[in-house]
Design a protein around this ligand. Structure first.
Ligand code: 13P
Length: 244
């Protein structure tokens, strides 16, 4: 956990021209691991442009190894494309594709079997936060991935409160740090041997302005960036903030 982790999640955005522009404008800093997760169809081209400055991630993979699953991309294909990291359980996958903890666990196993690093996304809804159930919700999501957390060679958790995603309303650092501490506590409890090596990232309206504040806290070992990763200058500034 010596390097900070900065991951760009483009979601269903970007194109080839942007990909080329971004690849040539990112800083290469030894204490930051930068990962870009474009739509899967762009991963191969992105890997060609990476030059050791960043790694390629995928936003999702299928829960099966291979077979008759139209439209799916397998974890082994992700590795073939040059990806080293795969997001799993993003709240948009959970809500738009009805992915529950069981599916997330199956995907996680595929990612590990392919030798890639899963980044397990967790987070509560606004209703859950307002009714004081945020920590319980996230604790349950993390605990459901115990097997994956224990068996992965490398794995990270991304805490993304759903109400902070794409809303411009980031969690306060106090809220983020509190949840990161709670997640760290769960990890120590359920996977004591692996816990020290698991990074916990924050995601939800991270931008160039709030990144320095987030990185001021050792509890926050990285960030998962949506909207601001589509702006080359802003994303470069977030990487630089992570290096400080
Ligand atoms: P925003 O940074 O656009 O809020 O998105 C966060 C996110 O969902 C990253 O996975």
């Amino acid at each position: 956990m010596t390097q900070r982790l900065v991951i760009a999640n483009w979601k269903m955005n970007g194109d080839l021209a942007f990909l080329e522009a971004l690849a040539s404008s990112l800083p290469s800093l030894s204490n930051v691991q930068t990962v870009i997760a474009p739509p899967a169809v762009y991963a191969l081209r992105l890997a060609e442009l990476a030059q050791g400055v960043f790694e390629v991630g995928l936003q999702d993979v299928g829960s099966h190894e291979s077979g008759a699953h139209t439209g799916e991309v397998s974890a082994a294909m992700a590795r073939d494309l040059g990806a080293s990291v795969v997001l799993v359980g993003h709240s948009e996958r959970r809500s738009e594709h009805a992915e529950d903890d069981k599916i997330v666990a199956a995907k996680c196993e595929q990612i590990i079997a392919a030798g890639l690093m899963p980044v397990i996304c967790v987070g509560e809804t606004l209703v859950e936060r307002e009714s004081g159930k945020a920590i319980d919700r996230v604790r349950a999501q993390v605990t459901a991935q115990k097997h994956c957390l224990r068996n992965a060679k490398e794995v990270a958790i991304a805490y993304e409160p759903i109400w902070a995603i794409g809303t411009g309303k980031s969690a306060t650092v106090t809220e983020a740090v509190q949840m990161h501490q709670a997640i760290r506590g769960v990890l120590k409890e359920i996977v004591p041997a692996a816990a020290p090596g698991i990074s916990i990232l924050y995601g939800g309206s991270v931008n160039a302005e709030n990144a320095p504040e987030l990185f001021a806290y050792p509890e926050i070992q990285g960030v998962l960036v949506g909207g601001a990763s589509l702006d080359t200058q802003q994303f470069a500034a977030i990487i630089r903030a992570a290096a400080k």
